[in-house]
Design a binder for this molecule. Sequence first.
Ligand code: 13P
Ligand code: SF4
Length: 329
Amino acid sequence: MSHPITESELQLQGFVNEPVDPRLDLFEAIRDLKVQKNAVILAHYYQDSDIQDIADYIGDSLGLAQEAARTKADMIVFAGVHFMAETAKLLNPTKKVVMPDYRAGCSLADSCPPDEFRKFREAHPDHVVISYINCTAAIKAQSDIICTSSNAVKVVQSVPEATPIIFAPDKNLGAWVAKKTGRDLLLWDGTCMVHEIFSLEKITKLKAQHPDALFIAHPECEEVVLKLADFIGSTTGMLNFTKENPARSFIVATESGILHQMAKASPTKTFIPAPPNNNCACNDCPHMKLNTLEKLYLCMKHERPEVTIDPALFDAALKPLQRMLEISK
Ligand code: 13P
Ligand code: SF4
């Protein structure tokens, strides 16, 4: 999705917007549908806590892709954003993949329009193209290898030293990987609206107020923010760090949904969301938060909106994804 989706496109995709009886026990109804339809619910950490609690698997982008590749379910219900559900469909062409709200896109994926990216690539024909999984199937189809925030360093290191690399679409993740690997990456100028908004000034103040707290950040954050971090990693990496590190409190610079799993895993520790550079107190991704428990129920009941991939892109988009899964084994 590289443009705002229109109402008629939503109708085409079978978006269901019917009222749900408020007396219905949604948890029970969703559990029944899971059994009836042999469905699996895959959810990203940035989903609402209710969705995380009903999911069969919660993970970061790599974990979700790996889980999608190994599932035996007939229907994959993807509680995340569009590029993630597309990834699940690429890995399961014969299975039905549905998502609660088809409009759940990604500002980062949208920052890389396929036609402009083609020109960029064609201007550097000797470069290998590594694309962050947060991109559309149209960008994956123009890439040599896909990576996620948890394997980006390993993926870059898999390319011979002498080969120049284009890294797209996240320039912050790209700059962090360039620093970690010592490689000179040619970066596409894209960013995530959630991770770009953290306020250096407010984080510095918060750190002073909580001198014992560790500051942990996702590599999609800007370099100035990452410089302050005690730990940098993917959402799963950050979660594991909070489980394993003896510190009692953590300031967390990523989407606020992850705090639910952190608090569940370490109920006696304190998790403080890093403050954004606006008057809002939260770091919610507006795309991720389009999904609700009601919409999850409706999409399972009606088996739509269904995620499809343009057949002309399919093979080319799948190949770099399979290369990533091979490298990540
Ligand atoms: P990870 O799931 O790889 O940590 O990435 C976070 C993200 O921004 C997903 O949209
Ligand atoms: Fe995209 Fe950022 Fe939202 Fe992740 S948090 S889905 S990268 S806009």
